[in-house]
Design a binder for this molecule. Structure first.
Ligand code: NAD
Ligand SMILES: N[C@@H](CC=O)C(=O)O
Length: 481
């Protein structure tokens, strides 16, 4: 496959482990092995830190427009290879090819965005109380930034972090998920063509646990940015404490989608289907609990199930399919466990028979109707095409139910009533709220969560802040008059 590399990218060179250890990568739709990537040991990870550290001074000193031009060239490389990147992604991740193309565009957009932001890392002048001094701030790159990314968005979760870090003047090392390293390595090939060939951007394949241990223990790594589960995020925050790193955490979600009684049911179903089934349900901002006003409930449920049952399930390379495989068989087991638990507690299970699934890693989209707070689907992130739906009567009660979770990433509300919009915006304890839309992402968006969904924001004008320090200065002894 075009752009497929079976070597890691460190210090501008393609490398394999001396002992030839590798990890196999497979296609979740077919189970076939796509290839192998190096399973690098701690020694190679230390080597990657050396490379990023050695490249830091030269990169931070590059004129800002040169750094921006490198990012723009990289962006152009991604758009020129859109189809190859998308096909590689669908092979290793499983998402429908149209969604993979969308992710390539989304991922590339962060490189362009941060190329533009690079020149806006401005400091400030501060009016002094003492007229004999001048005071102000400079913005400086924090240093080497380590990045750990998940398999559900194999390109965008890298470019959203690395684009910001490189624009700020940091150098970077990325440990991609073992399930989707080929997308990261394809990105490395395009990075090399764009001029990131001296250790500014490294893709270090191998166990996440070892990578985390090495970068967390090394004081030269000044920032750690992670996207993944809350459990692993907490462990990384603990591990980063000893070297007091800047940490940015994009963690799990449990998004509520609230359908009020003043909206058109068909439009609400459109939005809910898209919010639930994007990335085959394996999306941190996927609607995880759908609350529908009782006045619309039965009608909404019927139409939702009808639309859901029409979604074609199968290999993402076939343009007709809207739902691809889950990443592991364990994810299928987890989805079935959530459904079984809900059924045992009285929920109605609606949808097609799981026997129709086209392979062991597929889960047929399923509605869990009449879910209640005691069920696992209420508190756990399904990360699968499982749609829990229940009725509500009162806005305050539904806000309380929506907030009854340790997570606080994204929430959605469908209503056109001004007062209600304000009430939901104030009441929902979430980092991002979509009103009458589920289409809430983009490079201009301050993406991130509250509570146990994370720390910091990525993207937008604030995303670069995670990679900048503020240096205050005070110049005394100025001549007067
Ligand atoms: N907030 C966001 O932007 C966002 C985006 C995508 C995914 N997610 C979350 O990610 C989770 C799904 O991804 P996942 O199951 O792969 O998560 P995960 O936490 O198991 O893995 C994420 C990454 O961390 C690595 N990893 C795993 N264990 C590690 C350890 N002990 N030390 C260091 N690295 C380790 C993995 O190799 C992978 O690269 C969901 O909870 C989802 O909501 C959040
Ligand atoms: N869908 C998210 C990634 C989370 O899984 C995004 O849009 O960035």
């Amino acid at each position: 496959m075009e752009l497929m590399h079976e070597q890691a990218y460190v210090g501008g060179r393609w490398i394999v482990a001396d002992d030839r250890s590798t990890t196999a990568v497979d296609d979740p739709a077919t189970g076939e092995t796509l290839g192998q990537v190096p399973a690098l040991s701690a020694t190679y990870m230390d080597g990657a830190i050396d490379a990023a550290h050695a490249a830091f001074d030269a990169w931070r000193q590059r004129p800002v427009l040169e750094r921006a031009d490198v990012l723009l060239t990289w962006y152009q490389g991604m758009t020129a290879h859109r189809e190859a990147l998308a096909r590689l992604m669908t092979h290793e991740q499983g998402k429908p090819i149209a969604e993979a193309r969308g992710e390539v565009d989304y991922a590339a957009s962060f490189l362009r965005w941060f190329a533009e932001e690079a020149r806006r890392t401005t400091g400030a002048t501060i009016p002094p109380e003492d007229p004999t001094v001048a005071i102000g701030t400079l913005r400086e790159p924090v240093g080497v930034a380590a990045v750990i990314t998940p398999w559900n968005f194999p390109l965008a979760m890298i470019t959203r972090k690395v684009g910001a870090a490189l624009a700020a003047g940091c150098t970077t090392l990325v440990n991609p998920a073992n399930e989707t390293p080929f997308s990261a390595l394809a990105l490395a090939a395009l990075a090399a063509e764009a001029g990131l060939d001296r250790g500014e951007f490294n893709v270090v394949t191998g166990p996440g646990r070892t990578f985390a241990e090495r970068v967390c223990a090394d004081a030269r790594v000044r920032a750690l940015s992670f996207t993944g589960s809350t459990e692993v995020g907490k462990s990384l925050i603990r591990q980063s404490a000893d070297t007091v790193k800047c940490t940015a955490m994009e963690l799990g979600g449990n998004a509520p989608l609230i359908v009020c009684d003043d909206v058109d049911v068909e439009t609400a179903v459109d939005t809910a289907i898209a919010a639930k089934f994007q990335t085959s349900g394996q999306d941190c901002i996927a609607a995880n609990r759908i609350f529908v006003h009782r006045a619309l409930y039965d009608d909404f449920l019927d139409r939702f199930v009808e639309r859901m049952n029409a979604l074609a399930v199968g290999n993402g390379l076939d343009e007709a399919n809207a739902i691809g495989p889950l990443i592991h068989e364990g994810a299928v087991d987890k989805a079935q466990g959530l459904v079984d638990d809900a059924r045992q507690q009285g929920a109605r299970i609606l949808g097609r028979d799981q026997a129709e699934a086209p392979g062991p890693r597929f889960f047929m989209p399923t509605v869990v109707a009449d879910f209640t707070p005691g069920m696992r689907v209420f508190s756990e992130e399904a990360f699968a095409p499982v749609a829990p739906i229940c009725a509500f009567d009162d806005d305050d009660a539904v806000i309380a139910a929506a907030n009854d979770t340790v997570f606080g990433l994204a929430a959605y509300v469908l209503t056109h009533a001004d007062a209600r919009i304000r009430r939901f915006l104030r009441g929902l304890d979430y980092g991002m709220v979509g009103v009458n839309t589920m289409d809430i992402t983009g490079p201009h968006v301050p993406f991130g969560g509250v509570k146990q969904s994370g720390l910091g924001r990525e993207g937008a004008h604030v995303g670069i802040e995670e990679y900048l320090e503020t240096k205050y200065y005070c110049i005394g002894g100025l001549p007067q008059g």
